[in-house]
Design a protein around this ligand. Structure first.
Ligand SMILES: *[C@@H]1O[C@H](CO)[C@@H](O)[C@H](O)[C@H]1NC(C)=O
Ligand SMILES: *[C@@H]1O[C@H](CO)[C@@H](O)[C@H](O)[C@H]1NC(C)=O
Ligand SMILES: *[C@@H]1O[C@H](CO)[C@@H](O)[C@H](O)[C@H]1NC(C)=O
Ligand SMILES: *[C@@H]1O[C@H](CO)[C@@H](O)[C@H](O)[C@H]1NC(C)=O
Ligand SMILES: *[C@@H]1O[C@H](CO)[C@@H](O)[C@H](O)[C@H]1NC(C)=O
Ligand SMILES: *[C@@H]1O[C@H](CO)[C@@H](O)[C@H](O)[C@H]1NC(C)=O
Ligand SMILES: *[C@@H]1O[C@H](CO)[C@@H](O)[C@H](O)[C@H]1NC(C)=O
Length: 352
């Protein structure tokens, strides 16, 4: 029992202490050595069971996730663990650097961005990850998730202006604009109600097309697949998206092989996921593909998140009427909610 406590503490520190130290360094006047240990996610008291743990933990973090070794006084790893504490082998094999870019636009959905990023934040303690938050704006003004006033085209072709006063949101500071974003290995397009006006922004569609052409992995969450579809990059590809906004998403292109019942869909470089939290499950699969399942599992365990690993698991397809209750993974959509009034209502109430 005691052994496991030490192990869990060390594992958590290896992934998080860099982040915690940076955060606490600002709040507590820069004494990282005391702050990072005192407020680490699992560090309260557990470290006392390992006499040399306090001294060694920061070294582990700076080493980019390498395990410690017996020389430095660490206990060995339990079997089935994530590294070899005896030899000091890295917890996971080092993979090539990964350059990630996330599109930021007013009215993005927070978990579409932060669900996947929670994985990559922790992963960056073990692997070389660089992140660019790329604003659709012309400068680095913070981008708010608050839903902007926007026009929405209903299924009967009428246009409604949607205002959502009183809804809260949070702002994220971008690192790049379209003009200076670096080369990316993975480009992630989140969804959100801001997508409704973004599909009419040619600069964004041009950028999406350019990045599609030279990125290895192109991923979308939620209505982000609508943005990609409008840019034309998903033509001839299988793709999915948010189920509450399924009708809108499909309207962005009839050249996409839309899959109405799927948590996420992979077709060549296109990784598209369903609504909001589905992005986390897609990211689990993506990290499994790029790194290993062991590494993805380790990150999910740190997050205490139980990922869905069956891409066909999608109860929300029925909830939101993308398929009828009797569907068995049929790709022939049978809209349960038909009729202009019902569609308009669904459109008006869509949040993502
Ligand atoms: C940082 O904290 C440690 C432990 O509390 C203390 O020994 C050290 O003097 C502090 N350093 C600074 C620069 O305040
Ligand atoms: C083990 O830890 C000691 C002390 O921190 C260090 O000098 C040594 O290089 C480490 N060995 C390996 C194989 O990492
Ligand atoms: C660690 O490495 C040593 C030396 O290669 C090996 O004998 C031992 O079985 C390894 N331990 C684990 C848990 O893999
Ligand atoms: C990560 O990879 C980039 C690109 O190759 C490189 O410039 C950078 O030095 C690497 N960072 C670390 C910490 O290894
Ligand atoms: C955006 O691109 C479309 C298609 O090329 C074009 O018809 C439209 O005029 C452009 N809109 C603006 C504002 O440039
Ligand atoms: C589902 O199948 C049952 C039995 O074939 C049928 O009675 C029912 O109407 C179907 N429901 C839908 C929503 O298609
Ligand atoms: C869809 O198909 C998969 C196998 O491809 C199966 O595991 C899953 O249960 C099916 N889902 C439904 C709702 O029938």
């Amino acid at each position: 029992m005691k052994f496991n406590l030490v192990y869990i503490t060390l594992a958590a520190l290896a992934s998080f202490s860099t982040i915690v130290a940076a955060h606490d360094g600002e709040e507590h006047g820069g004494n990282e050595s005391s702050a990072s240990l005192g407020s680490s996610p699992t560090g309260h008291g557990d470290m006392s069971s390992s006499t040399s743990g306090a001294a060694a933990a920061p070294t582990m973090a700076m080493g980019g996730g390498h395990g410690s070794n017996s020389t430095s006084g660490m206990p060995g790893m339990p079997s089935g663990g994530h590294g070899n504490m005896t030899t000091g082998e890295p917890m996971f094999p080092k993979a090539p650097p990964l350059s990630i870019g996330v599109l930021l636009f007013p009215g993005f959905t927070t978990i579409d961005v932060f669900g996947p990023l929670e994985y990559f934040n922790a992963l960056s303690a073990q692997q070389n990850i660089t992140l660019s938050l790329i604003s659709v704006g012309s400068d680095l003004t913070p981008v708010s998730s608050a839903i902007p006033s926007h026009e929405m085209t209903m299924s009967d072709g009428s246009v409604m202006v949607m205002n959502t006063p009183g809804l809260i949101g949070q702002s994220l500071v971008p690192t790049h604009t379209f003009s200076n974003a670096p080369k990316l290995d993975l480009f992630l397009v989140p969804g959100g109600l801001g997508s409704r006006s973004l599909v009419r922004d040619n600069a964004t569609l041009d950028f999406v097309r350019a990045r599609w052409a030279d990125t290895q992995y192109f991923a979308t969450v939620c209505t982000g697949s609508g943005i990609a579809a409008k840019a034309g990059v998903l033509d001839g590809y299988k793709a999915t998206g948010n189920k509450q906004s399924w009708t809108w998403t499909k309207q962005q292109s009839d050249k996409v092989n839309w899959v109405p019942e799927a948590r996420w869909v992979v077709d060549r470089k296109a990784w598209t996921s369903s609504g909001a939290t589905a992005g986390m499950d897609m990211t689990y699969a993506l990290i499994t593909k790029i790194y290993s399942e062991a590494q993805a599992k380790y990150l999910a365990e740190i997050m205490e998140y139980e990922p869905h690993t069956d891409p066909s698991w999608d109860p929300f397809a029925v909830v939101w009427g993308a398929v009828s209750k009797n569907s068995t993974n049929s790709t022939t959509t049978s809209e349960a909610k038909t009729g202009t009034a019902a569609m308009a209502l669904v459109g008006a109430l869509s949040m993502l």
